[in-house]
Every structure is written in C-alpha cells, then in structure tokens.
Design a protein around this ligand. Structure first.
Ligand SMILES: Cc1cc2nc3c(=O)[nH]c(=O)nc-3n(C[C@H](O)[C@H](O)[C@H](O)COP(=O)(O)O)c2cc1C
Length: 250
C-alpha cells in the first residue's frame, strides 16, 4: 500500500552525477533540521554535522578520500556525519563527572548507529526535495586529514559523509537489485539456510545484467564485489579512532 513516503524510500538510488548547481540555503537548512530531529541513544545527541560548501575544502576532501570519488567535488554540498562525544564530555564535566563511555565498544556502537540514522535521514530529506545524494564511507580511508581539515576535536570521529545536490538522471531510473527478500526478512527466527548457492548465483547473474543495462561493463557479480573489503581489515579506522580517544579498552 504505497504512499508518498514509501514511494520515496522504495525508489532509493545512490546518485553521483551532480550538476554542480548550488542548493538553496532554506533547502539545506530544512534538510539539516530534519536530521537533527532523529532519535539518539539515551538522548545523548552524540552526532555533529560539518556542512562543507567551500570548493577548496571539497577538493581537499576529494584528495584524501579513497576512490576516485569525483562526486565530492561535483556536488555543491558535502556533509560530514561525525560521532561526537565531545559535547557529552563537556556536559558530563559540567555535571561533576568524567566521561568514559567513548572509550568502550558500546560507546562506539552507539555513535555508529546514531550516525547511520542521521545519514539515512539526510539522504531521504534531500531526495524529498528532488535532489540526489550518495554516502561517502571512503572518507575513513585516511581519517586524520579529514579530522585536521574540518577541525574535529578529540572524542569525535568522521564516520561517513554525504554528497547532496541536483543531478542529471537517466530517463529510466534503474534500481540496483537487492538479494531476495527471503534472505533479508526472517520471521520470528533467523534461517541460516535462507541463502542457498542457487540464490547466490541467480543474484550474481541479476547484478551482472543490471551492470550491462546501466552501461557498466566493468561491473562485477556480488560474490566478487564483496571480496576486496571483506578480505582486508583497514587498520586506519582503529589507529585514528584510538588517537581521538576511542580506546575501546572496555
Ligand atoms: C555507509 C555507506 C557508505 C558508502 N560509501 C560510498 C562511497 O564512499 N562512495 C560511493 O560512491 N558510494 C558509497 N556508498 C553507496 C553504496 O555504494 C550504495 O548504497 C550501494 O552500492 C547500493 O546502491 P544504491 O544505493 O544505488 O542502491 C555508501 C553507502 C553507505 C550506506
């Protein structure tokens, strides 16, 4: 039973072909305010955004991000979603205590979940204005220059970014296929046998057909797509997170 919100959510695609036209201030303000309204763990509000419109800063972000990700320079707006335990530390101190939550895996998890909710809300809010959006997790490729460039204090971490702006769209927008719903939705209890070899090879074929259809002969099946990041561990995230105070000792 679709409605306007469901139609918007079910038509999600990550868009990268930005025109470069500026986003109006009122639109950007509305998108940001919508994101600030999201729930946060225990009302801790452990998220901050850095809204970047300056072309030089976006160019520097492009240079330090794994990729290439030209959408960072093409989109007029880049928003960094930072996990922010600086604000709570100030508040804890004002209340007479000392914060340790950010040093725990639970704290890191809380921050990452809240960042994900924020990211999705920014994307949906932007798309509701007819804009395109794409998340940029690749900023964690080299987090230190991002921290320095955007002036992030200790106890904060750049989890993900998002590019927002007007986009050129193909006449027929093609959604990237997902695995069958039967592998995603488990009723009452997880079914380990939901993902069979047959389902996997059928999905590989479906994804290959999608790549051909959208003119990307370099596109690979899902069993290949998941290889590079699933078989490497990317140590920079932990090293820089520790430097920022997320020691994860507990
Ligand atoms: C947390 C997160 C990080 C992502 N990072 C990047 C990125 O760095 N660069 C990029 O082009 N797309 C990025 N994406 C977009 C995914 O590649 C995209 O969602 C996926 O391929 C599915 O395609 P679709 O969103 O068009 O359906 C990211 C998505 C998420 C949720």
């Amino acid at each position: 039973m679709p409605n306007e919100t469901i139609r918007l959510l079910q038509s999600h695609v990550s868009e990268r072909d930005f025109t470069g036209e500026p986003v109006a201030d009122e639109v950007l303000d509305t998108i940001v305010r919508a994101a600030q309204r999201t729930p946060t763990h225990r009302h801790g509000q452990q998220i901050s955004l850095v809204v970047v419109r300056d072309a030089h800063t976006r160019q520097r972000l492009y240079e330090v991000t794994a990729g290439p990700q030209p959408q960072i320079t093409k989109a007029p707006v880049f928003i960094l979603v930072a996990v922010d335990f600086h604000k709570t530390a100030v508040a804890v101190k004002a209340g007479g205590g000392e914060q340790h939550f950010h040093e725990s895996l639970e704290g890191w998890t809380v921050g990452a979940v809240d960042a994900g909710i924020t990211l999705a809300t920014l994307s949906t809010a932007a798309r509701s204005f007819g804009l395109g959006a794409v998340a940029i997790g690749a900023i964690r490729h080299d987090p230190q220059p991002v921290i320095d460039l955007l002036g992030l204090p200790p106890r904060t971490f750049p989890i993900v970014g998002i590019c927002i702006g007007k986009v050129n769209r193909p006449a027929q927008l093609r959604l990237k296929p997902r695995l069958p719903l039967s592998t995603y939705r488990h009723d009452e209890r997880y079914r380990v046998d939901a993902l069979t070899p047959d389902i996997l090879s059928a999905y590989d074929a479906e994804l290959l057909a999608y790549w051909r259809e959208v003119g990307r002969p370099d596109g690979v099946p899902w069993t290949q797509r998941v290889q590079p990041y699933s078989t490497s561990i990317h140590p920079e995230t932990k090293i820089i997170a520790e430097r920022q105070g997320f020691t994860l000792a507990e």
